[in-house]
Design a protein around this ligand. Structure first.
Ligand code: PA5
Length: 401
């Protein structure tokens, strides 16, 4: 379950009359999600068909039994969601087998050299993920890894060890599936990378990492009828933006949510940062970052607000000298920091999950996906494209020609 407090540490900045002008917009956005052109977002089938879900769960068992390393190749939305969920839910040490390695997120020779050496004596299954099938970084990663895989395994064996997640018809990766008969999954045409955690893009690596994807989907389903909450959050962000709050920090109090904030940064930056508009998403992992960014939030330029994600239930560790449990102290820190920052000029939205598990993470992901789309509609930008990402690609590609 998620609790939202969009009031306590923000009331000074948002008056009732600020919200009134959004009433008509909120009504029409809700209608679009409930029964209009955006209602496909509220159906699980939009993300994955029942047939693909069963295939994915069955394949998970095969993968776990047949490799030491599950190598996921992809960038942006093709890796951030699964990385975020796996890091949020996995133990710090002694993780379950197989080891999950992500590759294709950069062009750093050192990383490729070390990874290929590391994989030399390991049993490997590769999942290459790219909707377009043309993105430079994963294409390079895949070609280097294929070279290695072809030395290690016969063509027949590769059919069990290369899994391609891509568009149902278009792109070079789909062509390769058709030519070589590799195992494949489909990325739905109407779901862009950053929204694809509930498609095979996110679910296969999450499932191989040992998490119950049905519970994640249950969490998402529970958020379907909470569009009002997402609208409220999007309106608050929009009001703050028009009051010159140009930066939003996604602030967490648990290191394991660091990659979740990375996913949030990608989600909001690519969905809303266009046409010279949008709020710049940054992130803070507290209490560590209170000793760095915290100074700026309290006392620096008046351009920031925070969206803080807290977790109610955690391991019980007693601090006898203070007669308090460590997790309660962490919660006190969250509240007092929000109070101090809002007494300065940085207000905070507080979002709390009762417990960190598959269900609540699924709920949170869907809430933020909806909010990012609604926020883009309020800004009057297209939520579903990312034209700015193309420019650097074109320049590099020209150089390669
Ligand atoms: O959200 C998005 O659409 C992007 O971040 C893409 O996921 C990213 O650019 C990778 O694209 P592709 O899956 O086509 O390789």
């Amino acid at each position: 379950m998620i609790n939202f407090d969009f009031h306590k540490y923000i009331k000074k900045y948002i008056k009732k009359e600020d919200k009134i002008i959004y009433l008509d917009k909120a009504k029409s956005i809700k209608e679009r999600f409930v029964s209009g052109d955006l209602s496909y977002w509220n159906k699980l089938d939009t993300f994955i068909s029942k047939k693909e879900l069963i295939k994915l769960i069955n394949l998970t068992d095969f993968i776990k039994e047949n490799c030491d390393v599950f190598l996921v190749i992809g960038i942006g939305g093709s890796y951030m969601g699964s990385k975020a969920v796996i890091e949020a839910l996995s133990p710090l040490y002694h993780r379950k087998k197989p080891e999950i390695i992500f590759l294709g997120t950069n062009l750093t020779a050192e990383e490729y050299y070390e990874t290929i050496n590391y994989l030399e004596d390991k049993k490997v299954i590769v999942n290459v993920i790219s909707k377009s099938g043309t993105t430079l970084e994963p294409s390079i990663a895949f070609s280097l890894i294929m070279e290695m895989m072809e030395k290690k395994y016969s063509l027949d064996e590769l059919k069990n060890r290369i899994i391609i997640t891509t568009d149902s018809e278009d792109g070079d990766l789909r062509k390769l599936v058709n030519e070589k008969d590799f195992i494949s999954f489909t990325i739905p045409k109407n779901i862009g990378g950053r929204f694809s955690v509930f498609t095979p893009v996110g679910l296969l690596p999450i499932s191989v990492a040992g998490f119950n994807v049905a519970k994640i989907l249950d969490g998402a389903r529970e958020s379907f009828d909470k569009v009002d909450r997402a609208i409220e959050y999007a309106i608050i962000r929009d009001i703050l933006y028009h009051k010159h709050k140009y930066i939003e920090s996604f602030t967490v109090y648990n290191n394991k949510l660091y990659y979740f904030t990375e996913w949030l940064k990608q989600l909001f930056a690519e969905t809303q940062g266009k046409d010279s508009k949008g709020i710049l998403p940054i992130s803070c992992v507290n209490t560590r970052d209170l000793h760095s960014l915290g100074q700026f939030f309290q006392d620096g330029s008046d351009i920031i607000f925070e969206t803080v994600i807290g977790i109610d239930k955690d391991f019980k560790i007693a601090l006898e000298q203070y007669d308090i449990e460590l997790n309660n102290l962490n919660r006190i820190a969250l509240d007092k920091v929000a109070l101090a920052h809002s007494n300065g000029h940085t207000p905070s939205n507080i979002i709390t999950i009762d417990e960190k598990n598959e269900h609540t993470i699924g709920e949170l992901i869907y809430f933020f996906i909806l909010s990012s789309i609604i926020g883009a509609i309020l800004l009057d930008v297209n939520p579903f494209n990312q034209p700015g990402v193309q420019d650097y690609k074109d320049l590099i590609n020209n150089e390669l020609k």
